[in-house]
Design a protein around this ligand. Structure first.
Ligand code: G6P
Ligand code: MG
Length: 215
């Protein structure tokens, strides 16, 4: 086996929290009379909280003070935490557990590489935490995807080289981050959005890891 580690994004790959982020940003947008669209939300996937707010304010053509931004970042997260408070293992995306069972048995190391500062709470609520050898989340990085920092820290922490890693991502920015880090990228979602990935699958349903992880 030439690949030794699988690095997973969280939102949109293991669980579907994108919908909760969307709802929370839409609610926050009411503060400055802005209606966020689904297309715009797509561009926020994989992007840190603060950068997401900056982009939304730019789309809204609204210049906020630093204090206002700080308040809104807290407000957005409060809304989001409320929305995810009842998450449970039923919200793990289809096929994910079967896939984790396979790669664990094959000896791959498993890490999380997420921009979210709430990653650990979500992994706990969904009982996914025990699957991970290492968690790199938004609290451990300074640069947002498409910078490769989150995945490079994952490789380093697992003690493998970047070229031995395969990244699973649902966001354009995440695929770019994996490629910039010199890793293989498997896109989860649509080919049209994730064209830069080495392979794209719609989801993990029926996926046979020995086939998928062959490059
Ligand atoms: C993930 C999501 C983004 C989100 C970011 C930060 O990458 O795809 O939509 O903005 O995490 O999440 P957080 O939970 O820290 O606000
Ligand atoms: Mg994602």
């Amino acid at each position: 086996m030439s690949y030794k580690a699988c690095l997973f994004d969280l939102d949109g790959v293991l669980v579907d929290t994108a919908i909760y982020h969307f709802q929370a940003w839409k609610k926050l947008g009411e503060n400055f009379n802005y209606q966020l669209t689904e297309e715009q939300n797509e561009q926020l996937k994989g992007i840190s909280r603060v950068e997401s707010l900056n982009r939304i304010l730019a789309w809204a053509n609204f210049s906020a003070t630093a204090e206002q931004k700080e308040t809104w970042l807290i407000e957005k997260n409060t809304i989001y935490l409320d929305l995810i408070s009842n998450m449970n293992p039923n919200e793990i995306l289809p096929g994910v557990i079967d896939f984790l069972v396979q790669i664990k048995a094959e000896g791959y190391k498993i890490a999380l590489g997420s921009a979210s500062k709430n990653a650990e709470i979500i992994l706990e609520k969904t009982n996914l935490l025990p699957w991970f050898d290492l968690i790199i989340d938004g609290n451990k990085v300074t640069k947002s995807k498409p910078d490769p920092e989150v995945f490079l820290k994952g490789a380093e922490g697992l003690g493998v080289s970047a070229s031995e890693c395969i990244v699973f991502e649902d966001a354009q920015a995440g695929v770019e981050a994996a490629k910039a880090g010199g890793m293989k990228a498997i896109g989860i979602g649509e080919d049209t959005v994730l064209g830069r990935a080495d392979k794209v699958i719609p989801n993990f349903v029926g996926i046979f890891s020995a086939d998928l992880l062959k490059f």
